[in-house]
Structures are given as structure tokens and as C-alpha cells.
Write a protein that binds this ligand. Structure first.
Ligand code: FAD
Length: 391
């Protein structure tokens, strides 16, 4: 039996940033991760994640600015390169609103005047980025101050900093390969954590369980509107002589209504290019062969779309396919809230798609909530309550 001020369930990027923010303040914290590190059974592993300044319909401009500032500070603190600069091109269909936000809303919400994006008409995109052909029905915003984060290095750096420095100075621990079986609120100031190895107590608990959130929350009488999806990450060969789709050639990361892509970097000569039509996954069912068949059919359609936009990508591929899990809410926004009945149980969920680059600030907020401190941002857009009508 061990007593910490805060327990964190889940050691993906959200749980680790929560741990980092708390231990940095001298708060004794225990983090539980069910699998031994490193593992690829969550959403945070992989070689690249992108960050940009386009604001969705829920984020706050200040939150995103703070996240970028915290990544810079973290890089300085850990002394290794955790990110590279990369341009990010967000392409909008000007005839049809696809996604939660259109071109004008994005410009307005992002406070364009202070951030200076370039606005590029669809038919001019190939002048800026050879090898990319988009038609005049589209318009793009280009954020030249985007970043490509390196998840594997970041997860390791966070763990090492938390474990070897902050926990040594301030107490606390990361317990990997230890599955939390139940979290039971005893009263407003005490929570019991039962794992497959022992029982622990703390004053509050942060649940950052990614795709496993509902499986786990059921024991707390709550089911959130989360869909877990299987995401295949595809890498395709660049046939061009000049390697036009590479980070070295300043090719941007692209957010298109039906797909996203990243310039070749982690596998030289191979560009990451993935469609958004990912299929739902039932984590509790063993046989997922039907989802594979849906995915194979979608992949064939995707090849046509690729050859229309990327003339130098070899669509005989993909050469490499990696697997990942997505967890999303009906509006693709995050859930950052207290358990409706127990204020010392804090929930962070539904981050897939775009949860990596805001994670430093999300971890800070979850940490503040676990200490009953008022976060500096409105949490209304991230409330569980917003789904009341639809659930
Ligand atoms: C293919 C892909 C591309 C993406 N691209 C981007 C991008 O470009 N930019 C961006 O910002 N975001 C991106 N994202 C989203 C981002 O990676 C996720 O939002 C983020 O990693 C979610 O982190 P998490 O900590 O919530 O979940 P996870 O990383 O899944 O962590 C949850 C952890 O909780 C553990 N856990 C669960 N239950 C228990 C239990 N009972 N006991 C102990 N441990 C438990 C799990 O094992 C897991 O390690 C992408 C995601 C994917 C899948």
C-alpha cells in the first residue's frame, strides 16, 4: 500500500505530461501503465506527430500558444532534439463544408492577423509545392511555423525526466506493466486504486486511458460517447528524382478534408499518407477480420485520390503499413472534465487525431484539476455535459 497525492491511470502522452507537470511542482504522484514500455498498443507511439496553429472549433488560441511554448522549454530542458520545424498546409473545399470548421471560421478563430498564415488558392499550390496538384475548388492556409514532433524520443525523455530526476527529488513513481483494475472513490479526499499487483491510495485520480477509457470507466458508473478506431498508417514511395515529397525539400505536412500526409523523414523516400475513413474497432472482440476487409476496400479508393493529387507517388504500395488506435468523441473534441459524481476523479479522453501537440498544456490542466486548482482556460468546450443531447 502506497499513498500519493495524485494517481494517474495511463502512461501515454497525456498521462506522462500530467505526471511531469505535477512532479515538477513537488507533488508526489504515481502513474500506472498496464504494458511494459515501450509499447505500441495505444495512440502515442510512432515516429512523427504534427503541430500547427490552426484552431479547431473547441481549442483556445492561448492553449495552443502555451503548448508550443512548453515544447520549446521541454526541448531546452531535456537537451535532445524533440521536434523539427515543418510547414503545415490545411486545404479547404470552398464549395462544401467538410469537417467541423470551414476556411473563414478557421481564419477567424485563429486570429489570423497575429499569426500570419499564407493563403494559397488551390490552382497555385503546385507552384509552391511541386508534386502536389489541387484544383481551384480548394483554398489552403499555410502555417510556416508548424512542427514535427518525435513521439518515441518525447515519451522516453518524459519518462526519464520524471523517473530519474523529478521523482527522486519530489517522490512519486511510474509503475509500468501494472494494470489498474478499479478506481473507487472513498470520499472527497481519498481514492482507492486496485491493480493486478497491489492496492494504493491517493487524494485524487486522473484517468488518461486512451482507447481503454470506457472499459475502465464502466466500473465508475459512466460510459462516454467514445468511438475506438483502428488506424492504419501508410508509407508510399516517392518516385521523383528530386525526392520532392521530403522534409529536406521543405514539402509540407498536409491536412486535406479526406486525408492527411507528412513529408518523408522517418523512412527516407517514403511519404506518410493516410485517409481519414478509419474503421471502428471493438477492443473486446478478438476477431477483427471484417474491419480488415473494409480497410482494404477503402485503400483501393484512396489510391485513386493519391494519384490525382500526388503525381510522383507510387500507388502500387503502400510499402509499409503500421497500426495505431484512435479514440474520438462525436464532435472530435477532447473530453477534459471531472467525473459527474466524484470531483476527485478527473477524466482526459478522446484525444486522437490531434491530441499530441496540445498534450503539454492538457497535462497541465489535468494536473491542476487533480489539485482542485482553477485552470487558466475555459473547460466548457471540453465538458462531458455537451453530449447530453446526443446520448
Ligand atoms: C496514426 C495517428 C496519427 C496522429 N497524428 C497526430 C498528429 O499529427 N498531431 C497530433 O497532435 N496528434 C496526432 N494523433 C493523436 C495523438 O497521437 C493522440 O491524441 C495521443 O497520442 C493520445 O494520447 P493518450 O495518452 O490519450 O492515449 P494513449 O497513448 O493510448 O495512452 C493511454 C495509455 O493508458 C494505458 N492504460 C489504459 N487502461 C489502463 C489501465 N487500466 N491501467 C493502466 N494503464 C492503462 C494504455 O496502455 C495506454 O498506454 C495521431 C494519432 C494517431 C493514432
Amino acid at each position: 500500500m502506497d499513498v500519493a497525492r495524485v494517481s494517474i491511470v495511463g502512461g501515454g502522452i497525456i498521462g506522462l505530461w500530467t505526471m511531469y507537470n505535477l512532479t515538477k511542482q513537488g507533488i508526489k504522484t504515481t502513474l500506472f501503465e498496464q504494458f511494459p514500455y515501450p509499447h505500441s498498443r495505444g495512440s502515442s507511439h510512432g515516429q512523427s506527430r504534427f503541430g500547427h496553429h490552426f484552431i479547431g472549433d473547441r481549442e483556445d488560441v492561448r492553449m495552443i500558444a502555451k503548448a508550443f511554448e512548453m515544447w520549446d522549454q521541454f526541448q531546452a530542458e531535456c537537451g535532445v532534439e524533440i521536434a523539427k520545424k515543418v510547414g503545415v498546409l490545411k486545404v479547404f473545399d470552398m464549395h462544401e463544408k467538410k469537417g467541423s470548421i470551414d476556411f473563414h471560421e478557421c481564419l477567424e478563430r485563429t486570429e489570423h492577423d497575429t499569426l500570419a498564415f499564407d493563403i494559397i488558392p488551390g490552382e497555385e499550390i503546385q507552384d509552391h509545392f511541386p508534386g502536389l496538384e489541387i484544383d481551384s475548388k480548394h483554398k489552403a492556409l499555410y502555417d510556416k511555423n508548424g512542427i514535427m514532433l518525435k513521439p518515441e524520443i518525447i515519451l522516453e525523455a518524459l519518462r526519464v525526466l520524471c523517473l530519474w530526476k523529478l521523482c527522486k527529488e519530489n517522490g512519486g513513481q511510474i509503475l509500468e506493466d501494472e494494470e489498474v483494475l478499479s478506481v473507487t472513490p472513498i470520499d472527497d479526499n481519498k481514492v482507492e486504486i486496485k491493480t493486478n499487483k497491489s492496492t494504493y491510495f491517493s487524494r485524487s485520480a486522473v484517468l488518461a486511458c486512451g482507447a481503454y477509457t470506457n472499459k475502465f470507466l464502466r466500473g465508475l458508473g459512466l460510459e462516454l460517447p467514445l468511438t475506438v478506431m483502428k488506424a492504419n498508417v501508410y508509407y508510399w514511395r516517392d518516385k521523383s528524382q528530386s525526392m520532392c515529397y521530403s522534409l529536406a525539400n521543405n514539402f509540407p505536412a498536409i491536412i486535406y478534408p479526406t486525408y492527411y500526409s507528412a513529408p518523408s523523414y522517418e523512412y527516407p523516400g517514403l511519404m506518410k499518407l493516410c485517409h481519414n475513413a478509419i474503421v471502428s474497432l471493438d477492443l473486446e472482440k478478438e476477431n477483427q477480420s471484417n474491419t480488415d476487409a473494409i480497410e482494404d476496400k477503402r485503400l483501393e479508393e484512396f489510391k485513386t485520390e493519391i494519384s490525382e493529387h500526388f503525381c510522383d507517388i507510387d500507388v502500387d504500395g503502400p510499402e509499409i503499413t503500421e497500426r495505431c488506435m484512435f479514440t474520438r468523441t462525436p464532435d472530435w473534441g477532447f473530453i477534459i472534465d471531472y467525473h459527474p459524481k466524484h470531483r476527485n476523479i478527473i477524466i482526459g479522453a478522446g484525444f486522437s487525431g490531434h491530441g499530441f501537440y496540445p498534450s503539454p498544456v492538457v497535462g497541465k490542466i489535468l494536473g491542476q484539476m487533480s489539485l482542485s486548482q482553477e485552470p487558466a482556460y475555459s473547460l466548457e468546450p471540453f465538458s462531458i455535459r455537451r453530449f447530453d443531447k446526443s446520448t
